[in-house]
Design a protein around this ligand. Structure first.
Ligand SMILES: Cc1cc2nc3c(=O)[nH]c(=O)nc-3n(C[C@H](O)[C@H](O)[C@H](O)COP(=O)(O)OP(=O)(O)OC[C@H]3O[C@@H](n4cnc5c(N)ncnc54)[C@H](O)[C@@H]3O)c2cc1C
Ligand SMILES: NC(=O)c1ccc[n+]([C@@H]2O[C@H](COP(=O)([O-])OP(=O)(O)OC[C@H]3O[C@@H](n4cnc5c(N)ncnc54)[C@H](OP(=O)(O)O)[C@@H]3O)[C@@H](O)[C@H]2O)c1
Length: 512
């Protein structure tokens, strides 16, 4: 692949001298030559990042980067979503760590502990430059507007008796200056459950009203643990700090197993409260503990509304995370905040995260295929609203599924209305638990393979949204199988065909 030295366009807000200087600067940077009217185009190789695919496993990604320099190996450890939650993209986060300007290894929320562990072991082989002393605040990409959106509602979408709790969440953007396009995500700065904060402070034996200072900002301990620090996901720094303060060898060994993720570790993925309760004799200095905790990162949600259908509002589809771990009920920080603790009318710091390649075709006549089980439906509600509002003539095909039709056919009325008014040309549903055998969206894709291939041959754009780790890989495999069987390709050619669709931006994914 080649690309060309950028030339500052005539319409850019620079005078002739500034433009000449900038053109020369870019030429010098990229090896081009300044000629009259601009910079002579030179072909410079663009580095390929074969690991930059969120559907690959961590091991697969690391293997693809094994011969690359340290910043690229670190990049391969990130979740590859370029989601911006950490304040960087995967590449720039890795580069900042290697340069020593970013010392936190725990900022990749979608990559979680797996990523932070891989980063740590990669850095053990190739240490980063010395880190600055200050905890870098969740860095804001330049130009990102953070404003206070007003929470309106979190309406339950699942029926009585469902195993799931999915919410339709509405925020009012009036007066915020925030605006968005369908395909974008919405970022929210949320709060940790006060019950968890209070239990953690009690376990520390600290005064919740004590004033603490974090990077020059003074607030009570309770406030700091509620809004600024992540007590739900203590990183390795916290476990190491506890090891340093463990008086007895048994506690040190047990903490060592937790740090290494050993299968016989006494706790799996502990939060801070788990650690404090399991090791009551280990109590580091409070300031050191606060210094070791990661900053609480914002959470992202795919936008489920079109601004044309809901001016001044943004809608989200939030799956509430609740599970049991280490004999305690655990709750997702953001999803339980949005579904239970925030009250209508409250304001929350928020931003719009523009999509990196998840956009409807500019040509409204193009057919569109949307594959979005579970919360993956979110951007497709927005797409369908947009296609209806713009009177786009292209056909729309939705694959949706979840556990049970009776309780989990979320947005059923709206989807049926899209079908009835012709916005939705075809709807294929896969309810996984309504029969003995699991049926998933990719089974429906294979069953409709001939027609799906015909849509692709007609120039359809294909979109996938939802779970990255299992669903998106299986859907990718099904798409390749459909291309192979109905397009008359062997497996390698079908894979290349699908890669080409992606390169042409006709196969786009918003997966997490
Ligand atoms: C670009 C993008 C778009 C997204 N869009 C959406 C969306 O439209 N809707 C949506 O709901 N989410 C979406 N997400 C995910 C969302 O950002 C949050 O990660 C999600 O809501 C969980 O956040 P939380 O704070 O509630 O949970 P956290 O406190 O972050 O806890 C989540 C962690 O809990 C653990 N966990 C979760 N379930 C279990 C379990 N059953 N057993 C054991 N451990 C478990 C896992 O380690 C998981 O990483 C998106 C993410 C990205 C990056
Ligand atoms: N352990 C966890 O960390 C955990 C658990 C649940 C969800 N999540 C995450 O939470 C997010 C949102 O979940 P969600 O509510 O949107 O839905 P989801 O849990 O992804 O489930 C939606 C539907 O997808 C089905 N499904 C499961 N595996 C699949 C596969 N390999 N291919 C295709 N479909 C598959 C589910 O079936 P079945 O459930 O019947 O198999 C269900 O019918 C996702 O990122 C998901 O990874 C995490």
């Amino acid at each position: 692949m080649t690309h060309y030295v950028p030339v500052v366009p005539e319409e850019a807000p620079f005078n002739a001298t500034q433009r000449a200087w900038l053109n020369g600067f870019f030429a010098g940077l990229m090896g081009g030559e300044v000629v009259e009217g601009g910079v002579a185009p030179v072909a410079v190789p663009v580095e390929a990042f074969p690991w930059h695919d969120p559907a690959l496993t961590l091991d697969e990604r690391l293997a693809l980067a094994v011969d690359r320099p340290a910043p690229r190996r670190l990049m391969a450890a990130m979740a590859q979503l370029d989601c911006g939650q950490c304040g960087y993209l995967c590449q720039s986060y890795a580069e900042a760590i290697v340069a020593g300007t970013e010392k936190s290894l725990g900022k990749c929320v979608p990559g979680g502990k797996e990523t932070s562990k891989a980063l740590r072991s990669l850095l053990a082989e190739a240490p980063a430059a010395p880190a600055p002393a200050i905890k870098a605040e969740a860095a804001q990409p330049p130009g990102r507007l953070v404003a206070e959106a007003t929470f309106r509602a979190a309406v339950p979408l699942n029926g009585e008796g469902s195993a799931k709790d999915t919410r339709h969440v509405v925020f009012d953007l009036a007066g915020t200056g925030l605006d968005y396009q369908v395909g974008d995500a919405f970022g929210l700065f949320v709060e940790v459950d006060p019950a968890l904060v209070d239990a953690t402070i009690a376990e520390l034996g600290a005064d919740p009203e004590r004033i603490v200072e974090l990077d020059g900002q003074r607030a009570t301990l309770r406030e700091t643990l509620t809004r600024r620090l992540d007590i739900a996901r203590p990183g390795d720094n916290v476990v190491e700090l506890l090891m340093k303060h463990a008086g007895d060898a048994a506690a040190r060994a047990a903490l060592g197993k937790i740090l290494g993720g050993a299968t016989d570790a006494p706790l799996a993925d502990p939060d801070l409260l788990d650690l404090l309760r399991a090791f009551p004799s280990v109590r580091p200095d409070l300031d050191a503990l606060l210094g070791a905790l990661e900053l609480l990162q914002p959470r992202l949600y795919s936008i489920a509304s079109s601004p044309k259908a809901h001016p001044g509002e943004v809608h989200l589809t939030v799956g509430v995370v609740r599970y049991s771990r280490n004999s305690r009920d655990r709750q997702g920080v953001a999803s339980t905040f949005l579904s239970g603790r925030i009250v209508p009318g409250a304001k929350l710091k928020a931003f719009v995260q523009p999509a990196h390649g998840f956009r409807l075709p500019a040509d409204g006549n193009r057919p569109v295929v949307m594959i979005g089980p579970g919360t993956g439906i979110a951007p497709f509600r927005a797409f369908l609203e947009e296609r209806r509002a713009t009177n786009a003539k292209g056909r729309n095909w939705l694959f949706f599924g979840d556990q049970r039709a009776a309780t989990d056919f979320i947005y059923r009325d709206e989807i049926e209305a899209f079908r009835a008014d012709g916005t939705l040309s075809r709807l294929d549903l896969a309810f996984s638990r309504d029969q003995a055998e699991k049926i998933y969206v990719q089974d429906r894709m294979r069953a409709a393979g001939a027609e799906l291939w015909a849509w692709i041959a007609d120039g359809a754009h294909i979109y996938v949204c939802g779970d990255a780790s299992r669903m998106a890989r299986d859907v990718d495999a099904a798409l390749q199988a459909v291309v192979a069987e109905h397009g008359g390709h062997d497996a390698a050619a079908a894979k290349a065909f699908v890669q080409r669709l992606a390169a042409d931006k006709r196969y786009q994914r918003d997966i997490y």
